[in-house]
Design a protein around this ligand. Structure first.
Ligand code: ATP
Ligand code: MG
Length: 263
């Protein structure tokens, strides 16, 4: 069934689902079934750790399997580049697939004056922050998306003039909660894992993606759920792979002797 048919059906109006699966094969059971609906979840990782692909695949599969419409807001990678990348991985964009991409890269191509500043007292607000909110609220009326990805937090912070503003970030998260969607925000890894950022506290969940080098110099993709409010989740490391058009995970097994010898 296409998403437009789904929107017309009565089931669509009755929201019975309390969670959204990640559709990472083998991982949802470690999350107690999935991500609670309405959560704001950070997807953190270094460049190239497949943050965008994982976020897109969650939208794509939730639309395909659960008829939950998705919106991918990109300020980073262009729409055409994202479409090419996802098509190569067997995922598609468009109303019939229930996933739309909104390219706001124009926001970062402008002049300096779009950068506002909340200031210490939080009284000033960037007109671009307002514009950003308006665009997403309008899209909500048009598409009625259940899930949204924002790619990426550092760019939203710059464009909306909330970088280094605790108050601005707080406003952003509060507004996202009011939007009534389940939200994935792509963020960068902190340079030092011990550094905790404001956004880590404000988010309901954190999925960490990283590359891990073995002593044999092979590199695996690793996923870890660092936080998921309201869920008794596993905090362990899981090897992540993309094959046969989907993500697969399995708990990472460490050679205990080797790990201990490195302490
Ligand atoms: N089937 C695949 N299996 C594993 N890796 C893949 C596969 N297809 C593409 N890649 C890798 O995925 C990476 C790009 O993924 P993606 O754009 O999602 O990463 P990202 O973390 O969003 O990157 P950036 O930080 O640059 O935005 C590339 O390094 C590419 O080589
Ligand atoms: Mg990306």
């Amino acid at each position: 069934m296409s998403i437009s048919e789904a929107q017309a059906s009565p089931e669509k109006t009755e929201k019975t689902e309390k969670t959204h699966k990640t559709y990472i094969e083998g991982f949802d059971k470690y999350l107690g079934g999935g991500i609670p609906s309405g959560h704001i979840v950070l997807i953190s990782g270094a460049p190239g750790t497949m943050k965008s692909t994982l976020a897109f695949s969650m939208l794509y599969n939730n639309a395909k399997e659960d008829l939950a419409a998705g919106l991918y807001v990109t300020l980073e990678q262009s729409r055409s580049s994202l479409i090419r990348q996802m098509e190569k991985l067997g995922m598609f964009v468009g109303r019939e697939f229930g996933v739309e991409i909104l390219d706001l890269s124009v926001f970062r191509q402008g002049e300096e004056d779009w950068m506002g500043d909340f200031g210490e007292d939080g009284r000033r607000e960037s007109p671009w922050f307002k514009k950003f909110r308006n665009i997403l609220e309008t899209q909500k009326k048009v598409i009625d998306y259940d899930l949204v990805v924002i790619d990426s937090l550092p760019l939203v912070e710059i464009v909306c003039g909330i970088k280094n503003s605790r108050y601005g970030l707080f406003r952003l998260f509060n507004w996202l909660r009011d939007l009534g969607t389940t939200t994935f925000i792509i963020s960068e890894n902190p340079p030092d894992e011990k550094v905790v950022r404001e956004c880590d506290f404000m988010a309901d969940g954190i999925l960490h993606l990283f590359l891990e080098k073995s002593p044999e110099l092979s590199v695996s993709r690793v996923l870890r759920c660092a936080k998921m409010r309201e869920v008794n989740h596993d905090t362990g490391y899981h090897v992540l792979e993309y094959k046969d058009r989907k993500f697969w995970s399995s708990p990472k097994r460490y050679d205990v002797g080797r790990v201990l010898s490195q302490l």
